[in-house]
Design a binder for this molecule. Structure first.
Ligand SMILES: CC(=O)N[C@@H](C)C(=O)N[C@@H](C)C(=O)O
Length: 695
């Protein structure tokens, strides 16, 4: 009988071993849609699609919504597509090619991860929907096309330029500071924008006829996000304090004030229409779109506020009267879009009838005058980033599941029928039968409730190695399916591959992340102010160690950016728990932000803050860092300076501590070149495999 069991066990193991059915390159080849937009005329949508690094524009039209490729870029050269928009007649598409718009700095500087002879420029392109090759119009960024479709306004060298049909580009005027947030007035006679002058920021208006620049309600504040009223006679904008003010205690949390102002175009006068509650929750939201300021129909101003503890939508009459809360409940609203008739809002929300929807996204809808919110999608999938088509009946959004990567989808809101767009764009050899991540919930030592997603392929050894994934941001939320962000769609792919290799993989949603309310997203004593979020990471590692199927001596950790920071901190503080790690473009140096004050005035807790920052950094724990580590960083990183890794490696070298490394020359924080993304994914998983030895 024993021999029978032995043969059966060997059979299972062999099936399991053979079962590793896909490569890193295959799982990394998920197509990624972004920039989803709808036409103001006709039932048309367009999006940018990244297919193994080749980024092109697609369009699809009712009733079939069959994708049509509009551009023909055929190189994996790292040149992203951004600012995609339809012309107002719906007959052409405008977009920007190049740059690195996910950056914290230099987002509009060319990037060159394929080592072209000259660094590619950031350029504005136009593509006619009636055919013909897309045309490069000019160097520039952030284009907006005029209501009559004859002129494109754009930013170049922080200044405002225009290019009219068959004319040369023209700088409209010269001004100090950086121009942004440009928009045309509904009648096309004015251009509206913000001018950032560092200590303060102004709202400017340029008259296209008399070529005159004026300011609306100028002050010593920081004004931003200007938006035209439907009749073009008023402008709403956000006002925040200017300057730096008195040096306050560094380690204390404070309200971050903001106001909504309304200015009159003709007089240039403005008045405060609404002031945020002066509470921590009343601080301006840092979730997607910030205040999400917009004008709806009937003189309505719409905004997003965290004031009740969750990012929710509010509306009020632009002139007077109380504000009304449009969405309510223990969930967040994200990716807010106004319908084309400006009568309702659509958005992503982590809510629904399923108890696990807090770790998903579904599409919600609410009218600007109030009433019940409607959930337009539900189920086990992820739906996010909606846009309403010109009939205000069809809705497009990005849709994924635990197994299927993100694709556009179109919903007929009247018939409640949904159509997936472009399923054939998923490579034919794309892995099937991926695992479905399971929601796990545990407590951190201080009682904070922590969510995670557990990826595990059934069968295999009775004692498996495990890997903890730590996301970046940190204002992010990992989900129970392919993520709506490209960086985290890629880490979802890596987690699926690690599960396929036989690892038990846990992705931890540590505090500072979004989706779980204000106090979870904005806790005290985190990052350089005490790194209390690390206890969630350690608790996640201990959760893995508590699983009967996990070998407690073979638990690894990896993460990117902020997740790289927490990976390094984990390896420095808890090499006994985490026996190996991969630190991808991690943040390591936290103290330089605390420069010695020049003048007499000094924060009362300055020394304490310096000490806290040091002991919140992995640099403070090199004496106890014994686990093997692989460092990876792109040297054109514009989110986390590559010096964070070069410095840490230098310290390892000086201490004769072993390490492995992979530098990706000329690429950024987002692996703009597909071949680099595969190289990083392969190096990450090979290193974990080498040290943790999945069977
Ligand atoms: C905002 C930002 O750049 N944060 C980095 C430290 C980081 O974590 N970057 C990526 C991974 C992100 O999610 O923003």
């Amino acid at each position: 009988m024993k021999r029978y069991y032995l043969f059966f066990l060997l059979f299972l193991i062999s099936i399991y071993a053979i079962g590793q059915s896909f490569s890193v390159e295959q799982i990394s080849s998920f197509p990624f849609p972004s920039e989803l937009v709808s036409s103001p005329v006709g039932k048309k949508i367009a999006w940018a699609m990244n297919e193994k690094g080749m980024r092109n524009v697609y369009m699809a039209e009712a009733p079939e919504f069959n994708p049509k490729k509009i551009t023909a870029f055929v190189k994996d050269d790292g040149q992203e597509i951004s600012s995609l928009q339809f012309s107002n007649d719906g007959n052409s598409l405008i977009f920007v090619r190049g740059g690195e718009h996910g950056s914290n700095w230099d987002d509009n500087i060319g990037i060159n991860p394929s080592q072209e002879q000259f660094i590619p420029k950031v350029e504005i392109w136009q593509a006619s929907l009636s055919g013909g090759a897309a045309e490069m119009l000019t160097e520039g960024d952030e284009p907006v096309i005029s209501p009559d479709n004859r002129t494109i306004a754009y930013i170049k060298n922080k200044q405002l330029w225009v290019i009219a049909k068959d004319k040369k580009p023209e700088q409209l005027f010269e001004t100090k500071g950086s121009i942004g947030s440009i928009s045309w007035s509904p009648d096309g006679k004015h251009l509206l924008f913000s001018i950032n002058r560092s200590s303060h920021a102004l709202i400017g208006v340029f008259d296209m006829a008399d070529k005159k620049l004026r300011y609306l309600a100028p002050s010593f504040s920081r004004d931003s996000s200007p938006k035209w009223s439907s009749d073009g006679k008023k402008v709403a904008f956000i006002r925040r304090p200017g300057g730096s003010g008195e040096i306050m205690p560094i380690l204390e949390q404070r309200h971050n004030p903001w106001e909504i102002w309304i200015a009159d175009l003709e007089t240039g006068e403005g008045r405060m229409r609404w002031k945020a509650p002066e509470t921590l929750r009343g601080s301006i939201s840092t979730t997607h779109g910030g205040a999400n300021l917009n004008w709806g129909a009937d003189n309505t101003v719409i905004y997003l506020s965290y004031e009740d503890g969750w990012p929710h939508l509010y509306a009020m009459d632009a002139d007077s009267g109380p504000s009304r809360q449009l969405t309510k409940g223990q969930f967040m609203v994200e990716h807010v879009r106004l319908s084309q008739d400006k009568r309702f809002l659509v958005f992503s929300a982590n809510t629904g009838p399923d108890g696990e929807d807090i770790d998903r996204r579904h599409i919600g809808k609410v009218y600007i005058w109030g009433g019940d919110m409607e959930l337009l999608t539900q189920g086990k999938g992820i739906e996010a980033i909606p846009t309403v088509l010109s009939d205000n009946r069809h809705l497009a959004f990005l849709s994924s599941t635990a197994q299927r990567p993100l694709l556009p989808a179109v919903l007929d809101m009247e018939k409640s029928t949904e159509k997936l767009v472009g399923a054939h764009l998923i490579p034919s050899d794309f892995p099937q039968n991926l695992v479905t991540p399971q929601q796990v919930i545990f407590k951190s030592p201080d009682g904070m409730t922590i969510h995670g997603q557990l990826f595990e392929k059934q069968g295999g050894s009775s004692k498996k190695p495990a890997v903890l994934f730590v996301h970046g941001g940190p204002q992010r939320q990992m989900l129970l399916g392919w993520h709506y962000g490209d960086y985290y769609s890629n880490t979802y792919a890596v987690n699926q591959y690690l599960a396929e290799l036989g690892f038990v993989v846990l992705s931890v949603n540590f505090r500072l992340g979004i989706g779980y309310g204000y106090e979870f997203h904005k806790p005290a004593r985190t990052y350089w102010q005490g790194a209390e979020e690390y206890q969630d990471v350690k608790a996640a590692g201990e959760y893995l160690a508590s699983l009967p199927q996990v070998d407690t001596q073979r638990i690894g950790i990896y993460g990117g950016s902020y997740g790289g920071y927490l990976t390094a901190l984990a390896l420095g503080k808890d090499s006994k728990l985490f026996s190996v790690g991969v630190d991808i473009h991690g943040v390591h140096e936290l103290s330089s932000r605390l420069q010695m004050p020049e003048g007499f005035e000094k924060a009362p807790d300055f020394e304490k803050a310096q000490r806290t920052a040091w002991f919140s950094s992995p640099l403070a724990y090199l004496d106890t860092w014994t686990s093997p580590v692989l460092f990876i960083h792109g040297d054109d990183d514009r989110n986390v300076q590559v010096s964070h890794t070069t410095d840490l490696i230098r310290r390892f070298q000086e201490r004769k501590m072993p390490f492995d490394y992979l530098i990706i020359p000329d690429d950024s924080h987002h692996w703009m070149r597909f071949s680099n993304l595969v190289k990083v994914n392969q190096a990450t998983t090979d290193f974990l495999k080498q040290h943790l030895r999945p069977e």
